[in-house]
Write a protein that binds this ligand. Structure first.
Ligand code: ATP
Length: 140
């Protein structure tokens, strides 16, 4: 029996992550999904959230990736994550994410004053992306 998965994270800007792993933990729209080798084939939508990739049985080798919405597919021990955008924890520009958070919070306040539902929704998604990046960046 195979012990390892191959994990790829792909975005419109290219391959963000490509590694072997013993377990991948993703948060799907239906809850947390833990994938080990020899997992049954699955395709599931991903929300704006983190992906945790354990490369070996040791807790020292864990990679974290911020995923900004996408799809996860598992088949033949290959985990493919196709995301609108994604960043490894070490690649996240924290200052940029904090600025994006502040901008989104200001826009949310203005959108509420104007009762602009579309702008409010967009700003809430932007805030979610920024908070996700800030959280994932803590795991570098
Ligand atoms: P910003 O308002 O800072 O541009 P955003 O959420 O609008 O943030 P996206 O449209 O999701 O940004 O992403 C655009 C590109 O910038 C993607 O390639 C994404 O990986 C990258 N990116 C966005 N924010 C960061 C960040 N804080 N650190 C590193 N890369 C980032």
């Amino acid at each position: 029996m195979e012990q390892y998965l191959t994990v790829n994270v792909v975005t419109p800007n290219g391959l963000v992550y490509d590694h072997h792993a013993v377990i991948v933990v993703a948060k799907t729209n239906n809850g947390e999904l833990g994938i080990l080798a020899n997992h049954a084939p699955i395709i599931a939508p991903l929300d704006i959230d983190e992906i945790r990739i354990k490369r070996t049985d040791s807790d020292e080798h864990v990679d974290w990736v911020a995923i900004n919405g996408g799809v996860i597919e598992v088949r033949d021990n290959i985990v493919t994550i196709i995301a609108d955008s994604a960043e490894r924890a070490r690649d996240i520009d924290i200052t940029r994410a904090q600025r994006a958070k502040q901008r989104a919070e200001e826009t949310i306040e203005k959108a509420k004053e104007k009762s602009d539902v579309d702008e409010l929704r967009r700003a809430e998604v932007a805030l979610h992306r920024a908070l996700n990046r800030i959280n994932v960046s803590k795991h570098r």
